[in-house]
Design a protein. Structure first.
Length: 196
């Protein structure tokens, strides 16, 4: 478990997922008391959320059910996955907050909240030019009073009369213009290809 703990402490979640998958395979080959497989399953489900691999979480859930290894903590981790799959963000935040997670799972749960909020911020910034503070509060699992300053800190503007948050203007990416030499070289290459 020391390796698992170090992956959690360094936030190396890809390595955490890989290590948990190897432990699951070793446990399937030879069941030992060396690993708490139920804890490993929980960490693996949460790890899949952090590396954005919910399809693998689905297959893990099937293996957990087939092995009859369900626990309250595994079920809570699965509720997080289903809430994300179904885009039910209020249910997602409720599950994060309500369950008493194990000591190993707590840092993952904290990072899941932050990671999902960052992903949603990027998605909402691309999808919306403006959003009502009530909707934003649901997406980010915050109260309306907290979501307004949080988004304003990210460059959003707030209209207090309408309750609308306005996304920051995205700056277009400047592309370099090709010069005539590049065009000439491309034409030469095309002519050579046609002649061969």
């Amino acid at each position: 478990m020391d390796r698992i703990q170090s992956f959690i402490e360094t936030k190396d979640y890809k390595s955490l997922v890989g290590a948990c998958e190897r432990i699951e395979l070793q446990y399937a080959a030879e069941a030992t008391n060396h690993w708490d497989i139920v804890e490993i399953y929980t960490l693996l489900l949460l790890g899949y959320v952090l590396v954005d691999d919910l399809n693998s979480a689905r297959y893990l859930r099937k293996r957990i059910l087939a092995a009859n290894r369900r626990t309250d903590q595994i079920d809570a981790a699965w509720r997080i996955c289903t809430a994300l799959l179904e885009r039910q963000f209020s249910k997602f935040y409720q599950t994060l907050d309500e369950y008493q997670w194990s000591n190993l799972a707590v840092p993952l749960v904290v990072d899941i909240r932050e990671t999902i909020q960052k992903r949603l911020l990027a998605l909402i910034r691309k999808a919306y030019t403006s959003i009502h503070k009530t909707d934003a509060a649901q997406y980010f699992g915050m109260s309306e009073a907290d979501v307004v300053p949080a988004l304003m800190g990210e460059g959003w503007e707030y209209n207090g009369e309408t309750g609308i948050l306005i996304a920051p203007k995205s700056t277009p990416v400047q592309r370099e213009r090709g010069d005539l030499n590049q065009f000439s070289r491309l034409a030469d290459v095309l002519l050579q290809l046609e002649n061969h």
